[in-house]
Design a protein around this ligand. Structure first.
Ligand code: PLP
Length: 427
């Protein structure tokens, strides 16, 4: 056992990093307390600096669909490592990864690799603006598309108006180009498009939302967006950074049978290494530089280690011919039934949303169909739930507005252990 304490590490970290972290949600801001400094992870378990072990339902916020430290992925990275870590030049592995993505995602003919999901969505919006020669974009409240200026925008007053910056530093002139609409509110989008559709470059949406907990698209919502975009000559961007390869081998678009004009990927596609992807039909993608006029670049884009990890993971998902996703659905069902029963045992009002191995738990009556509903969740109860689970050796995301994830490494016994942990809580 080491005698290093999370608290001491956090104190040092706070001297070096704003809030002690390199991405805000890690700081436990909405639940309080000390973040666990992770020493290592394997399968469905993570171990912190104090040697405490947790069943992990965060999965590095999505990528770890096969579990942590998956041997095949480690092997692929370690092989690539022997050849060097970065060349700033094209590699054969990039072709292999692209070929897998094209094979798995419907409607994708070409890809551009980036180093993060943020870069992917930012570049997708630039591409849509460049192609349509329009400036406006529509996004949905509670959807997260990374931290580019155009997406850090909060709703103005009224159902569908121009937004204002949700962070200092975002120019109001930029926020003014983004309209923020409640998720699943097709009527407001229809009204806005009726008024300004000829100025709208793109509608960007998480086809299954995962950044306000897990929220499903209502029947007809995505179909309606598809129709409106076609009708008004705007581009439909599915931000599948979270759902891509998570809910189906072909992402949410494969699961739901809706074709966007552009797709963004991240998280799973990099196998736990930094990676993002903008992809779509050749006609749109060839507008990117160097062949087209729309500029996009990245010194470390297509990094050999990330690409190797991505190939290993996607190959496994692609070769399983659906078995992995059937397994994940069964695990999801088991978790849902167990947790629901345990929560009912405590007499706790809750609402559960789930697609396969991606789930959202809200301490509110529900149904939760948009951000306003998600926000009615009892946050004080969540705080107690979160810390109680942590003490019982179960780690969920340190915020009531995050989706949870299962992996292939979660056995029935692991899932049942997490249920028993909930039963043991005094809430
Ligand atoms: C995580 C996420 C992003 C941002 O990706 P980063 O790699 O963190 O920049 C964008 N969109 C969605 C839907 C995400 O879940």
């Amino acid at each position: 056992m080491s005698d290093i304490r999370n608290e001491d590490l956090f104190e040092v970290a706070r001297q070096f990093f704003p809030g002690g972290v390199n991405s805000p949600v890690r700081a436990f801001g909405s639940v309080g307390g000390t973040p666990r400094f992770i020493q290592s992870a394997a399968g469905c378990r993570i171990t912190d600096a104090e040697g405490s072990e947790y069943i992990d339902f965060v999965g590095s916020w999505g990528p770890m669909i096969l579990g942590h430290a998956h041997p095949g992925i480690l092997e692929a990275i370690s092989q690539a490592l022997q050849d060097g870590t970065s060349f700033g030049a094209p590699t054969e592995r990039e072709n292999q990864l692209a070929s897998l993505i094209v094979q798995m995602m419907p409607g994708v003919e070409m890809v551009r690799l980036t180093s993060s999901g943020t870069e992917a969505t930012m570049s997708a919006l630039r591409l849509a603006r460049g192609i349509t020669e329009r400036d406006l974009c529509i996004k949905f409240e509670g959807c997260y598309h990374g931290h580019a200026d155009s997406f850090l925008v909060a709703a103005g007053s009224g159902a569908a108006t121009h937004g204002h910056p949700s962070s200092p530093g975002v120019p109001s002139a930029t926020a003014d180009l983004t309209c923020v609409v409640p998720y699943n509110d097709l009527e407001s989008v229809t009204d806005f498009m009726g008024e300004k559709g000829d100025q709208v470059a793109a509608i960007i949406v998480e086809p299954i939302a995962g950044n306000m907990g897990c929220v499903l698209p209502a029947a007809g919502f995505l179909e309606g967006l598809r129709e409106l975009c076609t009708q008004h000559g705007a581009m439909l961007i599915f931000d599948e950074v979270m759902t891509g390869f998570r809910v189906h081998p072909g992402g949410a678009q494969g699961l739901l049978g809706i074709d966007p004009d552009l797709t963004t990927l991240g998280k799973i596609v990099g196998g736990g290494m930094p990676m993002g992807v903008v992809c779509g039909p050749r006609s749109a993608m060839e507008q990117f530089s160097p062949i087209g006029p729309i500029y996009q670049a990245g010194t470390l884009s297509g990094n050999p280690l990330s690409v190797a990890a991505g190939i290993a993971l996607l190959t496994e998902l692609n070769n399983s011919s659906g078995e992995i996703y059937r397994d994940l659905e069964a695990k999801g069902q088991r978790l849902e039934e167990g947790w629901k029963q345990a929560l009912e045992g405590h007499g706790i009002t809750h609402c559960w949303n789930r697609v396969g191995s991606m789930f959202g738990l809200f301490f509110t009556e529900g149904p939760v169909t948009d951000f306003a509903q998600a926000a009615t969740s009892d946050q004080e109860l969540f705080r107690r739930f979160f810390h109680g689970l942590l003490r019982e050796g179960v780690a969920i995301a340190p915020s009531p507005f995050e989706a949870g994830f299962l992996s292939m490494a979660h056995s029935d016994a692991d899932i049942d252990q997490s249920t028993v942990a909930i039963e043991a809580l005094s809430l």
